[in-house]
Ligand binder design. Structure first.
Ligand code: HEM
Length: 122
C-alpha cells in the first residue's frame, strides 16, 4: 500500500498544515519563506508529497520536475536549518497522528531529502 492509500489527501493536508503552522514564527526558517505566500508554500509542499507518495501528479502538472536541489539553491540550507526543518516536521508528524507505517516512510524520506538539500557550510 502506498502512503497515499494509507492517509489520503486529508492525511497530507493535516501534516503539512501542522508543519506550516510552526514555520512563520521560527527564527531560522521563518525568514527564509515568502512572507506574503505561506499558503502557497504550504500548497506546493502538500502537492509534492501527494505526488511523491503515490497520489495524483498535480505537482508535476503545475510545477514540472521537482528539481528540489535547484529550487532550494536560493535558500541557505545549513546543517542547522536542516535540523530545524526536521524538528518542526517531527512535531507535525506527532500532531498529525498518522498510521505508523505511513509515518515511518515519511520520516525516512524527510531525513534523506533534508540532508541532500544542505547547500551551505555556514
Ligand atoms: C532542509 C531544510 C529545508 C529548508 C530550509 C527549506 C526551505 C524551503 C523554502 C524557503 C521554500 C520556498 C517556499 C515556496 O515558496 O515554495 C521551499 C520550497 C519547497 N520545499 Fe523546502 N526546505 C527544506 C527541506 C525540504 C524538504 C526535505 C523537502 C521535501 C520533502 C522540501 C520540499 C519543498 C518543495 C516541494 C518546495 C516547493 C518547490 C517549488 O515547487 O517551487 N523542502 N523550501
Amino acid at each position: 500500500m502506498t502512503v497515499y492509500e494509507l492517509i489520503g489527501e486529508p492525511g497530507f493536508a493535516r501534516l503539512v498544515s501542522a508543519f506550516y503552522r510552526r514555520v512563520p514564527d521560527d527564527p531560522i526558517l521563518g525568514p527564509m519563506y515568502p512572507q506574503q505566500d505561506f499558503a502557497g508554500a504550504e500548497l506546493r509542499l502538500r502537492e509534492f508529497l501527494v505526488f511523491r507518495f503515490g497520489g495524483p501528479p498535480r505537482y508535476l502538472e503545475q510545477r514540472g520536475h521537482p528539481a528540489l536541489r535547484m529550487r532550494h539553491a536560493p535558500f541557505a540550507i545549513t546543517q542547522a536549518a536542516r535540523n530545524r526543518w526536521l524538528e518542526l516536521m517531527d512535531e507535525a508528524l506527532a500532531e498529525a497522528g498518522l498510521p505508523p507505517e505511513a509515518e515511518q516512510s515519511l520520516r525516512a524520506f524527510f531525513a534523506e531529502a533534508a540532508s541532500f538539500l544542505i547547500n551551505r557550510s555556514e
